[in-house]
Ligand binder design. Structure first.
Ligand SMILES: [Fe+2]
Ligand SMILES: [Fe+2]
Length: 187
């Protein structure tokens, strides 16, 4: 990232260090899963469920890509290739498989809600590991969380723009099948 890009990132994400940014992502995804749970309890509309699950999968895709491209390599530099880092990457792989499963289904399919809830359980476990084990270790390390936060914020904006284009093309799902989210080096 050049100086101009860093400045742009800093302006947009001022005061948000890497751990704050990622923790807010975690909270946002939790809120979306809570909304899904409410729809489930109310036996809400299938269209609303579809929109929500697409949103969840896009948020997770961006978040995991940010971590894999930028955050985890920096974390490994700072604290070493500890077991928690290996486990985090394996969990990303499992989550990606579950996202693929969810997006291959329509809300009216048998077990759709169950598959979404399995994804939620996987994400909750992973978040607990990151917030409970990985982040505290990083806070004690020499890692520059402010600079990393700027870098994450800039990349996040790029990925959100990419996803926005994909989201627009998702508006015409075919015959009740959910479109696939963009494939990238995630999660
Ligand atoms: Fe995370
Ligand atoms: Fe993660």
């Amino acid at each position: 990232m050049n100086q101009k890009q860093r400045h742009a990132a800093g302006s947009a994400g001022r005061g948000q260090d890497a751990i704050v940014l990622l923790t807010r992502d975690h909270e946002r995804v939790k809120e979306l899963f809570d909304e899904f749970e409410m729809l489930e309890a109310e036996e809400g509309g299938e269209d609303d469920k579809l929109d929500l699950v697409q949103r969840i999968c896009m948020e997770l895709t961006i978040h995991t890509q940010l971590e894999e491209e930028i955050f985890y390599p920096a974390a490994i530099d700072a604290i070493g290739q500890l077991d928690i880092m290996d486990e985090a990457l394996v969990e990303h792989g499992k989550a990606k498989e579950q996202i693929d499963q969810v997006v291959s289904m329509a809300p009216e399919d048998d077990y759709f809600d169950a598959e979404v809830n399995v994804l939620r359980d996987m994400v909750e476990h992973h978040v607990q590991e990151e917030e409970g084990k990985m982040f505290p270790k990083l806070k004690k390390s020499s890692i520059d969380l402010a600079a990393l936060g700027e870098e994450l914020n800039l990349r996040k904006q790029e990925l959100q723009m990419d996803m926005g284009m994909v989201e627009a093309s998702m508006r015409k799902p075919q015959a009740g099948r959910k479109p696939m989210p963009p494939q990238g080096p995630m999660p």
